[in-house]
Design a binder for this molecule. Sequence first.
Ligand code: KDG
Length: 315
Amino acid sequence: MTDLVTLGESMALFTARRTGPLRHARDFGLGVGGAESNVAIGVSRLGGRAAWIGRVGADEFGELLRSTLAGEGVDVRGMRVDPGAPTGLMIKSRRTAEMVDVRYYRSASAGSRLCPSDLDVSLIRSARVLHVTGITLALSASAAEAVRAAIAEARDAGVTVSMDVNYRRALWTPAEASAALRETVASVDVLFATEGEARLVVEGDDPLTLAGALSALGPRHVLVKRGALGAIELSDGAVRHAEPYRVVELDPVGAGDAFAAGWIAETLAGAAPERRLATACAAGAFAVTADGDWESLPRRADLDLLRPSGTADAA
Ligand code: KDG
């Protein structure tokens, strides 16, 4: 049985090895990235059975995605190969040591051509959690339809639906995002958002007000991610605050996916709410400690290595 099914676009990821303007980068590392597949990898590393659905091109980058995800224990039976479009690309560079810049080459990519008929409906209906993101809603009309169809199947089968807002301003405007997100948020059980993303959907000055307004739209669990300030969770009317973990940040990309993966993995494992939130924060912290969107995501044995801010170091 599959614990988690995700769907979305994953891309080949070129990372400039040297800091400075991209035009002067001479060497690049090649890997993969994709918000939903990052979550699948994170859940798999924490012991869950995760599957990813998406389209790739009939090219080397599609094969790189297949072998990378399969190598991380993610079920790729739902991966479709599109002979008519290439796998999308993502380029990551640093203008300064602290400034990470991400560019996409994904319009008309195979991944953005995802459509409802690509869905492995039995995989979705037999899973315990379906996880989607706002990125897929923004990719194309057919990709947005695929998200809505997947949610409808999951709800009909009693599968928990989780969503990360994951607003990407390169893909749509705040006004476009607001309307689509508001409609989708109402049909999910678990919602992850930063404060800024929450304000695309509801109004509020502080994270608790935002969480309350989001939960009034429908989600039973609302997680507001606050980066170095930790996170808050509003679940079934109960509020929990989580401390951030102490790490040196090298690459912030992928922290939100790691947070979602930690929370979902602990939910699947039947952990207590405090543990669920602590693991989410720890996974998010691990994600920023090294280059790569998912490479530093934790395994179970890693989780005790970090300490929340405000706690004393072990003797
Ligand atoms: O959260 C990290 C993702 O954003 C990254 O891996 C790639 O899916 C991606 C996107 O669209 O930015």
